[in-house]
Design a protein around this ligand. Structure first.
Ligand SMILES: [Zn+2]
Length: 207
């Protein structure tokens, strides 16, 4: 069983607090204060990074200093630009948060060291800035071919997989999608739901 709490950070970033059997992990710690608030006095056991951008690891050093027993996990390919890290990850590695098991996928494109955490049993993927709701991340470092391959892998996940991405871009990406497919009724319904959530200040992730 994997519980996920969405933690809005900075302007439009999302960090996530994962809980399984009382083991706690944070994914992409952007900002310390909202993460501490979500922890409600509990201790972190794991800190997971998807990639090296500051708006995803900005609070990593402070959280590691505050919870020295917490294991920090990040991509081996980012070894020169994420610190401190306790375990370096590569494609196919498995990690365990309580009884929840995630597979590590190497999905370059947005950056050359980007990884995703794929919880097959919990039907959840934490994909950072590679795939967003109705959009994808910018190619800062990788090639279009790399990004295409990474997106194709994510697309092949089961349809009920919850996509926990790094930013709240749903309405912006949705407006673009609607300009391409103005007669797509499913998209219009989906955007309507997203607009209601955003009007209430709620995340559209996962939707
Ligand atoms: Zn990024």
């Amino acid at each position: 069983m994997l519980n996920v709490k969405v933690i809005p950070c900075l302007t439009d970033n999302y960090s996530y607090l994962l809980e399984s059997d009382s083991v706690l992990a944070v994914v992409d710690p952007s900002e310390e204060a909202p993460i501490l608030a979500a922890l409600e006095g509990r201790k972190l056991d794991f800190i997971l990074a998807t990639h090296h951008h500051h708006d995803h690891i900005g609070a990593l050093p402070a959280l590691k200093a505050r919870f020295p027993q917490a294991q920090v996990l990040a991509a081996q390919a980012d070894a020169h630009r994420i610190a401190p890290v306790d375990r370096w990850l590569v494609e196919g590695d498995q990690i365990k948060i309580g009884s929840a098991v995630a597979e590590v996928w190497f999905i370059p494109g947005h950056t050359t060291g980007h990884i995703a955490y794929v919880f097959k049993q919990g039907a959840a993927v934490f994909c950072g800035d590679t795939l967003f709701t109705l959009g994808c991340g910018r190619l800062f470092e990788g090639t279009p071919a790399q990004m295409w391959q990474s997106l194709a892998r994510l697309r092949a996940l089961p349809a009920d997989t919850r996509v926990f991405c790094g930013h709240e871009y749903t309405l912006e990406s949705g407006a673009y999608a609607a300009s391409i497919e103005p007669t797509n009724l499913y998209l219009q319904k989906y955007l309507q739901k997203a607009k209601v959530l955003r009007a209430q200040g709620l995340p559209t992730i996962p939707l």
